[in-house]
Design a protein around this ligand. Structure first.
Ligand code: UD1
Length: 467
């Protein structure tokens, strides 16, 4: 609640274009007032388990596509309609940032906006807002493409370990921009962007999308070799192509972008269903020995999760635009290694960790993308799991049951995993730091409640926020 309150007040201040010194004074007064009251309210989830999840759930639009397509609208001069936007805090923050840059946004429903970028003149994104989350780095590519210069706060986001952006910078420089990283911000400037060949040293989702954004309006052809292939990269390319771009090969490891003079909003665009949300519910079905029909998903995007679920003893039925997952026994042990798409996604590693924590035997997970992704295992151990995490690997000695406990979401996907753990554990789990979950999952407790989970959101004064 304190988080939401701060966001609302701070955003309103910026939105009204008050001078910076005045904003600073108002923020200080607000801060002392909160401390004077001595009461800070935070929200937590209280979950009573165990529950076998049963029923239907509808998947929302993909968070990672939405946070790239929103800044991509800056490349268009005109009015665009986006549908199937997930109603999550990352999308709301992104919309606020775009408004600060001069875009006009009209909310048609909770999941649909009309965005008018005609009035965008400013290339300097508000540093305090952009430094809050990782995907703000897409403003660099899109503002460079639109205005030839961009200034963005060094990206924040989930604490998953070192998150370098050297490949983004390498691509901008190859296209002709001068990039400077200092004083907590990144500045990129280019008189003219000219297409070229760029080889990514690392398969990076963000660098691939940012290079596409910067080169769509560049002169000539840009080739990205060793590009990432995630479904949301294809979605961003589809969106831009719908608006007049010429991007070929998205979804393969060589993407070619033929620069065009301008993009025009030709029609509304519907964001692809969220692969990670769908995978989260697939694994929730397995962990809870339940039976869930997951609607509005793309089963091909979930092939590697399906394969793992079958390997550990579950059943998966593909109905074209929905998928049914069933499990009626303790999961078999397994070995999982996270890899770029189409490999097993790192963003579904903690949720798989909950499944393997109760597997029949000893399982191993190798994490090859994020060095701090095993933080959730310390929380799961508080619930009776027996996990030893060291470096890039964790060993899961399967236990029969988990027991409810107070636990802390250390990042977005860790939060989703601990929520599943709370659903299958005996007794009460109190899940703190849920603002992480709200960043990326729409109506999560309602969706779990509809599947039978006993879960409620509670405001608690003076809640402990440290992990
Ligand atoms: C995106 C997703 C995130 C997901 C991740 C991997 C969004 C908004 N976020 O993050 O949910 O966990 O993909 O699937 O889409 N790297 C470098 N240099 C760079 C860029 C990346 O060394 O310039 C490294 C990273 O440290 C990491 C790996 O490459 O080890 C992959 O990162 P990347 O694919 O870029 O992740 P994000 O785009 O940040």
């Amino acid at each position: 609640m304190e988080f939401t309150f701060k966001f609302k007040v701070y955003d309103t201040l910026h939105h009204n274009h008050l001078p910076n010194y005045l904003i600073c004074v108002i923020k200080r007064v607000l801060k002392s007032y909160i401390f004077y009251l001595g009461v800070i309210y935070l929200e937590k989830l209280v979950i009573n388990g165990p529950t076998r999840l049963k029923g239907e759930v509808t998947i929302s639009g993909a968070k990672n596509a939405a946070v790239a397509i929103l800044p991509a609208t800056l490349l268009i001069n005109g009015i665009c309609r986006l549908e199937n936007l997930p109603n999550i805090s990352d999308v709301k923050v992104y919309c606020k940032i775009l408004e600060t840059l001069g875009a006009k946004i009209k909310w048609i429903t909770d999941n649909e906006i009309e965005i008018d970028t005609t009035g965008v003149t400013c290339a300097q994104a508000p540093l305090d807002m952009t430094s809050k989350f990782r995907a703000s780095y897409y403003l660099l590519g899109s503002l460079l493409g639109r205005c030839g210069n961009a200034e963005v706060g060094l990206p924040g986001g989930c604490n998953l370990g070192a998150r370098p952006i050297d490949q983004h910078i390498k691509a901008f420089e190859a296209l002709g921009a001068k990039v400077d990283v200092s004083q907590g911000k990144i500045t990129a400037k280019a008189k003219k962007l000219v297409g070229t060949s760029i080889y990514m040293d690392i398969v990076s989702v963000g660098a691939t999308i940012n290079t596409i954004l910067a080169s769509v309006l560049a002169e000539g052809t840009t080739t990205i070799d060793n590009a990432a292939k995630e479904p949301h990269i294809v979605d961003v390319a589809n969106f831009l192509n719908t608006m007049g771009a010429d991007i070929r090969g998205a979804g393969t490891d060589v993407i070619k972008i033929n620069g065009v003079k301008e993009l025009r909003c030709n029609s509304s665009y519907s964001i692809v269903p969220d692969q990670i949300e769908a995978g989260t519910f697939m694994l929730a079905a397995v962990a809870s020995k339940g039976d869930i029909l997951i609607k509005n998903c793309i089963p091909e995007h979930l092939d590697c999760i399906t394969a793992k679920i079958i390997e550990i003893g579950g059943t998966v039925e593909d109905y074209g635009d929905s998928i049914r997952v069933r499990m009626n026994k303790r999961p078999n042990k397994a070995t999982v290694k996270t890899l770029p798409y189409p490999g097993y996604p790192t963003d579904l590693q903690p949720q798989m960790g909950v499944v393997l924590a109760t597997s029949d035997g000893t399982s191993i997970i190798h994490e090859s993308i994020w060095e701090s992704r095993f933080q959730y295992t310390f929380e799961l151990n508080k619930m009776g799991a027996k996990i030893t995490a060291q470096g890039k690997s964790a060993v899961f000695e399967g236990v029969k049951d988990l027991t409810g406990a107070p636990v802390y979401a250390t990042d977005l996907r860790a939060g989703a995993a601990l929520l599943i753990a709370g659903v299958i554990a005996n007794g009460e789990t109190q899940l703190y730091n849920i603002e992480h979950i709200d960043r990326g999952y729409e109506n999560i407790e309602e969706k779990f409640r509809n599947l039978g989970a006993d879960i409620k959101r509670v405001s608690e004064p003076n809640a402990k926020i440290d992990c």
